[in-house]
Write a protein that binds this ligand. Structure first.
Ligand SMILES: *Cc1c(COP(=O)(O)O)cnc(C)c1O
Length: 419
């Protein structure tokens, strides 16, 4: 068996002996050193929004690198961080007043959970239980794995994970069991927070639910004083058709996690936003009430400059129009699959489409996944099915023709692999 000095993420090296080398990227395309072009159908793991190397974002990174690379963010501040915070406060759901920086989606969720528990501790009430949706994904650190669904991904670490209350996913036209379970759990009085991915559960299989259900879950939490944490790490910055998915339900979470699209996908950065009561509960002359969290690169100036430039792109360019165009084109391509019995459960939310391959082995470890990925790559398309669930999540700059190429390649590949 071949071994690899570099240990790649979510990769079984015994089954995937070689990695595709990429040396350039532009727009929706990756390029190998040999000049082979590969369409980035997963937006490089859901982070690229506008397209690779948006000129304004790259220029901001370059300019910031000439001025200030890094500075400790405890006791110090800088203009790029302030620009990001001010910009986010303008576009985030109302009621979110404070911005805490970190550097990945997982950390932004860890910070959210710590803020929630800190809030209850500092206000003198004993509430420590976390509620989360079944099939949720919130990251790969111990705390976020605890909140996420249990399965093959975290079986080995199970002894370290804390117990959370599970709420069933709201089903279309049949969300009452979700509301009942949430209501019963909240009534016990020990719940610190409910965390969810608004409108779509990403890594759990692109499972979608409607805005009314989101709104009702939020209402139940508020009625019982339970903090509502929206994990918009994937959905933030336009993925679902609005800047934040919460907007579609007209709700303001108490805590909001943002990461992937915040720099347009150029460089790692994350934030956790919170309402005034949560910040105020930590505000005290008593130093033991400090919010004890940091990472070395908190609010790195170059990452913040990229995020500030991204916010500027959103203000100056017709980003929402591009998203609506992509959404319409996605709908057209999806419609073409409707008559084909090999594709089932076709669904779409904003720029994301997903469906299951009928008759394929179900689950993340479905045998078909690797073959499908490899054949698609040969055709010049990067897709990364979650088991038998195939999804297409391209950058917003994707044209109709590019999208047609992706779906044509997919159908041809399925012809090959399933025959
Ligand atoms: C990707 C993701 C995370 C984790 O983000 P990382 O940057 O990979 O740590 C958390 N929550 C959701 C909803 C995600 O999609």
């Amino acid at each position: 068996m071949t071994s690899s000095a570099i240990w790649h993420p979510f990769t079984q090296h015994a089954l995937e002996p070689s990695m595709t080398r990429i040396s350039r990227a532009e727009g929706a395309w990756l390029e190998t050193p040999e000049g082979k072009r590969i369409f980035d159908g997963v937006s490089s793991w859901w982070v690229i929004t506008h397209g690779h190397r948006h000129p304004k974002i790259i220029e901001a990174i370059r300019a910031q690198a000439e001025l200030l690379d890094q500075v400790i963010f405890a006791g110090f501040t800088h203009e790029p961080a302030e620009a990001v915070a001010a910009g986010l406060l303008k576009i985030a759901p109302p009621g979110l007043r404070h911005v805490f920086f970190s550097d990945s989606g997982s950390t932004s969720v860890e910070v959210a959970l710590k803020m929630a528990l800190g809030y209850w501790k500092n206000t003198g009430r004993r509430r420590t239980r976390i509620l989360a949706l079944e099939d949720a994904y919130h990251g790969d650190t111990i705390g976020t794995m605890s909140a996420g669904a249990r399965g093959v991904f975290n079986a080995a670490y199970e002894p370290l994970l804390f117990e959370v209350g599970r709420i069933p996913l709201p089903k279309p036209h049949h969300a009452q069991p979700t509301f009942d379970a949430l209501e019963i759990a909240c009534r016990k009085g020990d719940v610190a927070a409910f965390i969810c991915e608004p409108l779509i559960l990403g890594a759990g299989g692109m499972l979608m639910y409607d805005a009314d259900a989101l709104k009702e879950m939020h209402r139940i939490c508020k009625a019982h004083d339970v903090l509502f944490i929206a994990d918009e790490v994937m959905t933030g910055f336009g993925r679902t058709g609005t800047v934040f998915a919460c907007e579609q339900a007209g709700i303001s979470p108490d805590i909001l996690c943002i990461a992937k699209g915040i720099t347009g996908g150029s460089i790692p950065l994350a934030v956790t936003m919170c309402s005034a009561p949560i910040y105020d509960a930590h505000l005290s002359k008593d130093r033991s009430r400090t919010f004890f969290h940091s990472s070395s690169y908190t609010a790195n100036p170059i990452a913040c400059a990229a995020a500030a430039a991204n916010l500027e792109v959103w203000r100056r360019e017709p980003v929402i129009e591009r998203i609506l165009t992509l959404t319409a084109n996605q709908a057209l391509c999806l419609k073409d699959l409707e008559a084909d019995p090999r594709f089932s459960n076709l669904r779409q939310l904003g720029t994301i489409t997903a469906f299951e391959l009928a008759n394929a082995q179900q689950g993340y470890l479905a045998d078909i996944t690797l073959a499908l990925r490899a054949r698609l790559l040969e055709r010049g398309v990067l897709l990364r099915p979650l088991g038998s669930t195939v999804y297409v999540m391209p950058p917003y700059c994707t044209t109709k023709d590019e999208l047609k190429f992706v779906y044509r390649s997919l159908v041809d590949t399925v012809d090959e692999v399933l025959s």
